[in-house]
Design a protein. Structure first.
Length: 453
């Protein structure tokens, strides 16, 4: 009988994927509960099951104390009683001895049955939770098992997943026993076992579908830097590759669009925009606003990540999208707050800002054009005073001026020498004639006339 018990444990190990040791520990704990229920809860006992032959033994443990210190003879034993069993025992030791009842097999089978089944279920649920918690953020293929209102319960193998109405895509309808791919969004432990929450509208579903279809994403050559989705309508995905020889957009699209078409088919025709990621904010914003063409991107605030995109007048509605969908998805992918302006609106805004600036200048008392006399910065009178102060001062006869670098005396002397030559006679006779030469011009003229007479 005991050998059959061990074989049953081995079969459960194979079917439930639960370790044999875990099962034995669970059964031992259940048998301890059964023994205490039938033979007293105060007894300090433990159950041991031999893993080879299945023999069950109930062992009672007592602490050895002095006879006068005994308070409870169910858990304590005097030193004299211990020496009767083995003289080597001392005070402070513990002794275990078998107390297995004769009819314990029948009692154990009746009392421990429910506990054993419950513990096995708990162990199985724990393994299911550990399995799916590591797969959080992945996609699995499941089958619609049943429906409860708008909530669908998906069979995903060892567990039953919950696909709520909020996580379903508008317009999608699945029948019972129909297969579909779902995204594992969250896993929680409950009293009824692990609950796996699934989603069909999560952006991670699109990301994982591309990982399955594009080998370059699996090996890390192509990275998905950003993704935004409005389930059932449109998805924007920004991709990047550090390898210059790899086109990340082309790798995701595939030959003749085969790769992206597989994802679109799984999503029942949802539109997918694949754009090139750039570390430059201007280039990134221009890319995420596709299919619209962007003329210019103006960064308003780098810390707050706000920018304005200028587009042609005829593409304003295309850049904004239906009910603002295109710019909304672009903002989510890039992480920037984007304002859209047409070319005409931008020029009008510039003209209005310039007019307001000129108006502010006029209110402050400044004119754009003013004359030198009306200039508030350099008045004409002050300018003349500055020039006057810079003119050289006159030098008296007693003071000798310093010789300038270019010797200006050589320039002034020829005119003075010509005047002296004209006034002097060729051969002055005495000192009076020489003195007369140095007198004013009128006296010189009279002297000349006297000599001619």
């Amino acid at each position: 009988m005991n050998r059959e018990f061990i074989e049953a444990m081995e079969q459960l190990e194979k079917e439930k994927h639960i370790s044999k040791d875990v099962l034995l520990e669970t059964i031992e704990s259940a048998l301890v509960s059964a023994y205490k229920k039938n033979y007293g809860t105060a007894q300090n006992v433990r159950v041991v099951i031999d893993p080879d032959d299945g023999e069950i033994a109930v062992l009672m443990r007592k602490d050895i104390v002095a006879e006068e210190d005994i308070e409870d003879d169910m858990i304590q034993m005097s030193l004299e009683e211990a020496h009767e069993i083995d003289p080597r025992y001392e005070i402070g030791d513990a002794i275990e001895f078998a107390v297995t009842p004769r009819d314990f097999g029948r009692i154990a089978a009746q009392t421990a049955k429910q506990v054993v089944v419950q513990r096995i279920r708990e162990a199985e649920r724990g393994m299911v939770y550990d399995d799916f918690i590591t797969r959080q953020g992945e996609i699995v293929t499941g089958t619609v098992q049943r429906k409860s209102g708008e909530t669908m319960f998906i069979n995903i193998g060892r567990a039953e997943g919950i696909l709520s109405a909020n996580e379903q895509v508008p317009g999608e309808h699945f029948k019972v026993h129909q297969r579909l791919k779902v995204y594992i969004m969250d896993v929680k432990k409950t009293t009824k076992g692990p609950q796996v929450f699934l989603s069909r509208s999560h952006p991670g579903l699109v990301k994982m579908l591309f990982e399955l279809e594009v080998p370059e994403i699996q090996d890390g050559t192509v990275e998905i830097r950003g993704i935004a989705r409005e389930a059932g309508s449109r998805t924007k995905m920004a991709v990047y590759s550090e390898d210059e020889n790899v086109d990340p957009v082309g790798a995701c699209v595939g030959t003749r669009g085969s790769r992206v078409q597989s994802v679109v088919d799984e999503l029942n025709g949802e539109k997918i925009d694949i754009i090139f990621w750039s570390d430059s904010p201007e280039e990134l914003i221009a890319n995420v606003l596709s299919p619209a063409t962007v003329e210019e991107v103006i960064i308003e605030d780098e810390e707050e990540k706000t920018a304005t995109a200028i587009v042609p007048d005829y593409q304003l509605s295309l850049a904004i999208g239906k009910q603002g969908q295109n710019v909304r998805l672009a903002a989510k992918v890039s992480g920037w707050k984007i304002d859209i302006m047409s070319h005409t609106q931008y020029e009008e805004a510039l003209a209005a800002a310039e007019a307001e600036y000129e108006e502010d200048l006029e209110e402050a008392g400044y004119d754009e054009e003013f004359s030198q006399e009306e200039s508030p910065e350099v008045p004409a009178a002050d300018y003349e005073e500055e020039l006057t102060e810079e003119e050289p001062t006159e030098i008296s006869e007693d003071e000798e001026p310093e010789a300038p670098d270019e010797e200006p005396e050589d320039i002034a002397e020829p005119a003075e020498e010509e005047a002296e030559d004209a006034a002097e006679p060729e051969e002055p006779g005495d000192a009076e004639d020489a003195a007369a030469v140095e007198e004013p011009d009128e006296e010189v003229g009279e002297t000349v006339e006297q000599k001619e007479e």
